[in-house]
Design a protein around this ligand. Sequence first.
Ligand code: GUN
Length: 286
Amino acid sequence: MSAQIIDGKALAAATKAEAAAEAAVLKAKGIEPCLAVILVGENPASQVYVRGKVKDCGECGIKSLELRMPETTTQEELLAKIAELAADKTVNGILVQLPLPKQIDEHAVIDAIPPEKDVDGFSPVNVGRMQTGQPCFLPCTPAGCIRMIESTGTKIDGKNAVVIGRSNIVGKPAALLLLAKNATVTVCHSHTANLKEICANADILVAAVGRAGFVTGDMVKPGAVVIDVGINRGADGKLHGDVNFEEASAVAGYITPVPGGVGPMTRAMLMKNTTQAAAMQNGVAI
Ligand code: GUN
C-alpha cells in the first residue's frame, strides 16, 4: 500500500471540537442549540445513522430531539410535525432522515423545512444559494469531503476532479463545491462512456455510487486523492465502500477508509451547521 489514509475519525473529532466550542459560546449567552431529527419507519441503516447523530449532539453539547414516527405515517402528519418544529423557537435545526416511506413525497417534505433550519442543506433555497455562491447551509457529506481533501494539503484549484454519482445528496453538490474551488469537474454516472479512462485522469476522485468495490485500482490515477462516500452492507455483515480499498490504496496518494472515513465527517459537519443555525437565528456571531 502506498496511499496515506485520511483519518475521518480524527478529522471529525477536530470538527466536533469546533462545534462544541461554538455550542459553549452560545450557551454562555443563554442559547441552547437544538437539533430535531425525525425518523419515519424502521429502516435499519437510518436507525443507525440517527443514533449516531443524536450521540454526536450529546458530545458537542447540542440538545437533540429524536422524533420517531411509524412507517404508516401520512405526508400530512409529517408535514404537520415539521410545521410544529418550524414554529418552535427553541429548535434550531430540523432534519428528516431519508429515505422516506413510499406514500410520502420527499420533495414536499424538504420544501416544508424552513431554509434557516435546513441543516442538511437540502431545501431548494439552500441548493440555489450554494449554486450561486451565496452563504447557505452546505450539505454535510459533500462539505465533509471537501474538508477531507483539503486536510491532505492538496490544492483543489486547477485539478481534475471526477465525481461518480449524481444524487441530490452527494454527487451533484460535491461537483458544485469542487467547481466553486476551481477544479475542472466531470460528473460520471451509470450512462457514462469510458468511465475507466475518465476516472484514471482524476487528481481527485469522489465515489458516490452505492455499489461495493465499484472503483478498482485501474480506475485510479497514481497519487490521486480518493474519497469513498459508499456505505454498503455486504453479505458478510460488514460495511464496504464504493472503492476496492486494497487495489486503490496501492495506487492512490491519499484515500479514505470505510468505515471511519466520510461517515463520521458527515455527522461532524451536521454539528457545525446546527451551531451556525442557532447563532444565526439568535443574531449572534460565533
Ligand atoms: N440519508 C442518507 N444521508 C442522509 C443525510 O445526509 N441526511 C438525511 N436527512 N438523510 C440521509
